[in-house]
Design a binder for this molecule. Structure first.
Ligand code: FAD
Length: 364
């Protein structure tokens, strides 16, 4: 079987998991904050988290990962976001400068047997000089002791782990990227907030107090060198969320025949949404081809694509809402859920305001 045929087969399996396992849970995920752990495991079994490993990212693997996420995101953004968390963790492990975490964990994470997340919002903002770094560490025999607080990390539950970055006390520019285990000594998960959407994403505040990080869990001793190698994948993989919302909103509008006729004059209909999504998907393929290049110029191009995806997600969900009118304004309506979910695409790091800040700095 060719690689393209294998990818198409995996995508069909993702669609089956969506139809059989995810669709019946969507309301519970949105309204009750149900975390769809078993669905994620089944998605892992289809190979959805493994496309972008082993040097395949540039040769279509990253695009395939985005397509799998978009297939899920067309139905449920909470699950698509958990997929991104998992995909990002896979991405870091695959590229880890220390081979030990990769040897120990990559297979289990890429197949969905082991679930986990990524606490890189704060470090990404810290690298962009938007906020101070939240975690501080000091070297001790065999590793580091780390303390600090991350406001939100998702796709977590007992036994899951996540990656983040801490600065060395007294040498703030020296930053280390490592794994943390949910529930290990000194790593406490607290549920401090409830969200207007994405409640079913296993999202917790992380309180880290003198937690031991062994050298074996370090991904890079020099995060300033490592982050430029992973940041384009981190951002481009998120495209699956925005494209999923866009295509899901287009499908929702089309499925509502009478409403569609009354909304024919809306500036953005399903055909235009899908056409814009297709153009963006091609940009993702193009930009994935040089995913290995750590330069700032190509990173800014990736941020521009990510920004356009946020605008499309927002506009598409808004258009669906305009078509559904009062029917969409009732609690529990799908159009309202898509609108709330689309706003997440635009505020999760790198948020629209973060991207605009980075682009403005580059223009100076
Ligand atoms: C449901 C949910 C799940 C999440 N899951 C995760 C996760 O898994 N992992 C993770 O790491 N994060 C996660 N986050 C965090 C998310 O990615 C964002 O970082 C978070 O929402 C805050 O981002 P913000 O842009 O609103 O920053 P803000 O909270 O608005 O800003 C943070 C600080 O930066 C300053 N600031 C912001 N923008 C600028 C600017 N342009 N110029 C100068 N200063 C600025 C602000 O004044 C503030 O001090 C999650 C958030 C939510 C709501």
């Amino acid at each position: 079987m060719t690689q393209a045929a294998a990818r198409a087969e995996r995508l069909t399996s993702v669609a089956s998991v969506v139809a059989r396992d995810l669709k019946p849970l969507v309301r519970q995920i949105d309204a009750e904050g149900f975390y769809p752990k078993e669905v994620l495991r089944r998605l892992g079994e289809t190979g959805a988290f493994a496309h972008h490993t082993g040097g395949d990212a540039a040769a279509g693997g990253l695009r395939a990962a985005v397509e799998a996420m978009a297939e899920v995101g067309a139905t449920c953004l909470s699950t698509a976001f958990c997929m991104w968390c998992q995909d990002a963790l896979v991405w870091y492990l695959d590229r880890s400068e220390n081979p030990l975490p990769r040897q120990r964990l990559l297979d289990a994470v890429a197949s969905g047997r082991q679930l986990g997340g990524t606490g890189l919002s704060n470090p990404m903002k810290a690298f962009a000089a938007i906020e101070p770094i939240a975690l501080k560490g000091r070297p001790v025999p065999g590793g580091y002791r780390v303390t600090g607080r991350l406001p939100f990390v998702s796709n977590l539950d007992d036994g899951h782990f996540f990656a983040s970055i801490f600065a060395l006390e007294g040498a703030e520019d020296h930053r280390v990227m490592s794994l943390f285990h949910a529930g290990q000594d000194g790593v406490k998960l607290a549920r401090n907030a409830h969200f207007i959407a994405l409640e079913g994403t296993g999202t917790f505040t992380i309180l880290i107090r003198d937690a031991f990080v062994p050298d074996d869990d370090v991904l890079s001793e020099d995060a300033a060198r490592f982050v430029p190698r992973i940041r384009k994948g981190f951002v481009l993989l998120q495209a699956g969320m925005g494209l999923g919302i866009a295509n899901g909103s287009a499908g929702l509008m089309r499925s509502d025949g009478a409403g569609r006729k009354q909304s024919a004059l809306l500036p953005l209909g399903p055909d235009q949404i899908e056409a814009r999504a297709a153009v963006l998907a091609e940009r993702i393929s193009d930009q994935a081809r040089n995913i290995e290049e750590p330069d700032r110029g190509s990173f800014l191009d990736v941020l521009r694509t990510r920004l356009d995806i946020s605008w499309l997600a927002l506009e598409a969900a808004q258009s669906a809402m305009l078509q559904f009118g009062a029917r969409g304004y009732i609690i529990g309506s799908e159009a309202a859920r898509r609108l709330r979910e689309a706003q997440f695409v635009a505020i999760v790091t790198p948020s629209v305001k973060h991207i605009l800040t980075e682009l403005a700095v580059s223009d100076r």
